[in-house]
Design a protein around this ligand. Structure first.
Ligand code: NZQ
Ligand code: ZN
Length: 393
């Protein structure tokens, strides 16, 4: 096992009516004015946005609202938010939404905290963030885990670059999670979320070094739980217990818990998917499901024992004499699970058919023109990514 630091400063308020606690939680931050940031229509339509604003008013908290965040959130909205916050004197950002809204909030918070640089330069590595304004969230979809994560993913529409910025500066102060709020999710979004939650644990699980038994066991149970309750939600979307299990798994899978004692994970599948999200605007979880099998087959020979352990302990595969056969069965079992919850297992099922030129473009963007390698389980160059994208077609 490796030495590790574990840092999860986010206060979690979980359960029915949790959003009503937003007043005291924001008040405790002693801010002057709040930006309430939200997405398209869902938070308005469900009445959640009004409930949150009323709860702020009840505590005499001054606020301004800004909606219109799209999935795979855009840099232009981040600039708009930064300008609005400067004009209005905002010093706390409140997300009412999912990963896209929370990430847009984080990017605005970075922009406000680093006024001397173009916020996009923080994502490309041209500049380093010194600080970040505080933020919190009322979560509406269990998926990205941004409510407790150190990560922020933004798409620059100029060139369709999708980049992540990972620092502890942007960890939210609090996360309000009421599983009932996720009842209104379309099944496709629910299952995209489940696929993403699986992947946040799988990315951390597939490492070459020896791991801690406790970390492996937590990760294995998180994955088994996600599969169990994703299937229940497929049939019974208003099952509170299942919504709650998935919602909490979403946070546990991406707050660092399942990476303790390892290098932190592989993350190549995420970076491979981010290019698909940037270029084709696909839903993140579906994009991950579509490419994971190709990634797994491409890298598994680096340490087939790890894939075999996953196959037996997570996917319930019966051990074969040949370790590689067990490993392959595990990969196939994941794809069977994705089919069962109607997630894609290749790019065609995802609804896209990239040309060879587009595949090369994504591979070059993901590797910064082949100057950086992706992944930890197997280090991948642009050429490797071309093979993986092509195999996923
Ligand atoms: O915009 P609205 O109308 O709210 O609709 C959203 C959106 O269309 C809808 N939705 C959300 N809550 C709902 C709802 N519809 C009905 N009822 C509700 N309660 O769902 C759609 C997807 O929302 P989005 O926020 O985009 O989903 P998700 O949470 O999956 O976030 C995806 C983004 O997060 C990034 C992804 O790359 C993608 O850009 N990620 C962020 C991470 C992080 N910051 O830690 C890690 C992840 O790996 C991921 O990369
Ligand atoms: Zn993800």
């Amino acid at each position: 096992m490796l030495n590790f630091q574990y840092y999860t400063p986010t206060k979690v308020v979980f359960g029915k009516d949790a959003e009503l606690k937003v007043g005291p939680l924001v008040k405790a931050e002693e801010c002057k004015k709040v930006l309430v940031h939200y997405g398209g229509q869902s938070a308005k339509r469900s009445g959640l946005l009004d409930r949150v604003c009323e709860a702020l008013k009840d505590f005499d908290i001054d606020y301004v609202t800004l909606g219109g965040v799209v999935p795979n959130p855009h840099l232009s909205k981040v600039y708009e938010g930064i300008e609005l916050c400067k004009k209005e004197g905002v010093d706390f950002i409140l997300a009412v939404g999912g990963g896209s809204v929370i990430d847009s909030c984080k990017a605005i918070a970075y922009g406000l905290g680093n006024p001397d640089v173009d916020v996009w330069d923080l994502f490309t590595g041209k500049a380093t963030p010194k600080t970040c304004y505080p933020l919190g969230s009322v979560l509406t979809i269990a998926a990205a885990g941004s409510e407790m994560s150190n990560s922020c993913v933004i798409t620059n529409e100029e060139g369709w670059y999708k980049k992540a910025l990972d620092t502890d500066l942007a960890r939210p102060k609090f996360a309000i999670m009421n599983p009932e709020i996720t009842y209104t999710l379309p099944d496709y979004q629910t299952q995209c979320g489940c696929a993403d939650i699986m992947m946040h644990t799988m990315e951390r699980y597939f490492v070459l070094e020896d791991t801690m038994e406790i970390t492996d066991k937590i990760a294995q149970d998180v994955m088994k739980n996600v599969m169990k309750y994703a299937k229940i939600l497929k049939k019974d979307p208003k099952n509170y217990e299942a919504r709650a299990e998935i919602m909490w798994c979403g946070s546990l899978s991406h707050n660092g818990l399942t990476g303790c004692g390892t290098c932190g994970g592989d993350w190549a599948t995420h970076l491979i998917e981010h290019e698909l999200g940037g270029m084709f605007d696909v839903a993140h979880g579906a994009g991950l499901a579509a490419v994971w099998g190709s990634w797994a087959r491409y890298v598994m020979d680096e340490k087939p024992e790890r894939f075999a352990q996953f196959a037996v302990n997570v996917m319930g595969v019966e051990e074969c004499e040949d370790i590689k056969a067990t490993a392959i069965k595990g990969i196939e079992a994941v794809e069977d699970f994705y089919r069962e919850i109607e997630m894609p297992t290749n790019l065609k099922e995802l609804g896209i058919d990239p040309t060879d030129e587009q595949i090369k473009d994504m591979a070059m963007k993901a590797t910064n023109n082949d100057t950086q390698q992706l992944g930890a389980f197997k280090k991948l160059s642009a050429k490797d990514l071309v093979e993986i994208y092509t195999a996923a077609k």
